[in-house]
Ligand binder design. Structure first.
Ligand SMILES: Nc1ncnc2c1ncn2[C@@H]1O[C@H](COP(=O)(O)OP(=O)(O)OP(=O)(O)O)[C@@H](O)[C@H]1O
Length: 300
């Protein structure tokens, strides 16, 4: 069953186009990574899904309904982000007891278990928490709410690496026991790819690709070596990335399927053929058209 159906979705803020003609669908009970660089439109898309803002063109439906101003949908959706505000006088224990009644599947035992595990003091004021602790606390709410549609906007901002790992582990464990549709946005795929099933990669508001993570891992290959030997192999092929490095040396990345049987021949001719990490691939697929950072220094 499709939980999210987005059709030609666009969102502009004045002259800024944040989302541009996005069409995609997300299956029920999956974990999807929404990946994109700064300003790609991740937060805007999550806010539309959560019903906080409306699209400018096109439409997005959650369980066949438009989420904006829709009480039924907001009861079944939670968006966790670092702009979550609570009254200054609220202690952590007050917040947990206030949010619990909003969510039909809220689990107190889980919330309290995570609260103790991460050593929170129930009487502490939320406003006094450190940046990382705020993220951890918000994430506890996101997990314990067990909402049918759970949206996390860069949930690990400020968390140290041990807490990040524990957060992803806790989320995965609870998801396996209580499946729901989860979307996590991030710039960095590597830290969360182990828990993801699908990835939706966006660049400047447009869909770059949407596919299972396993397929992304197998999508591309890198080749490095002497430019004169390498060039004829890739002539006329669509390259994902190309960089000249050192003298007469070339590094290219292209879809594996375009190589067919040539990989072995390349190796015999002294070229290096190697897999591309999903993080690097996402960087190449979302690179700006201005060339790499090296170009800045070439002008110096
Ligand atoms: N309220 C707003 N008013 C004007 N422009 C906005 C507003 N919100 C977002 N934008 C612009 O829309 C574009 C997409 O922003 P958005 O916050 O959705 O991206 P993002 O992928 O979440 O970025 P980041 O990873 O940096 O958080 C950016 O160019 C941003 O400046």
């Amino acid at each position: 069953m499709k939980v999210i159906q987005s059709h030609n979705l666009s969102k502009s803020y004045g002259k800024t186009t944040a989302l541009n003609d996005l069409t995609f669908e997300i299956e029920e009970n999956t974990i999807t990574g929404l990946i994109g660089r700064n300003g790609a439109g991740k937060t805007t898309l999550l806010k539309i899904m959560a019903g906080h803002i409306q699209p400018t063109h096109g439409e997005l439906r959650i369980y066949s309904q438009k989420p904006f101003n829709n009480l039924e949908r907001s009861a079944g959706t939670i968006l966790i982000d670092d702009s979550m505000m609570y009254p200054d006088s609220f202690r952590l224990v007050d917040i947990l007891s206030e949010v619990a009644p909003f969510y039909a599947n809220w689990n107190n035992t889980l919330a309290n278990g995570l609260f103790d595990y991460f050593s929170f003091n129930p009487n502490q004021l939320h406003s006094n928490l450190s940046k990382g602790s705020k993220s951890t606390f918000n994430s506890i709410i996101g997990i314990a709410s067990r909402c049918p549609l759970t949206l996390f906007d860069e949930p690990t901002t400020g968390m140290d690496s041990a807490v990040r790992k524990d957060f992803y582990k806790a989320l995965l464990k609870d998801y396996l026991k209580h499946p729901r549709t989860i979307i996590l946005s991030s710039h960095l795929l590597s830290e969360l790819e182990e828990i993801l099933e699908e990835i939706l990669l966006i660049k400047q508001g447009s869909k770059r690709l949407h596919l299972p993570v396993m397929e992304l891992k197998e999508l591309a290959v890198g080749i490095r070596g002497n430019a004169q030997i390498l060039q004829p192999f890739v002539e006329g092929k669509e390259l994902i990335y190309r960089e000249e490095f050192a003298k007469d040396n070339l590094y290219i990345v292209l879809r594996k399927e375009l190589l067919q049987q040539e990989g072995e021949v390349m190796k015999q001719k002294g070229l290096e053929v190697f897999p591309i990490s999903t993080d690097d691939l996402c960087v190449y697929l979302t690179a700006s058209n201005k060339g790499g950072i090296d170009n800045v220094f070439k002008k110096d």
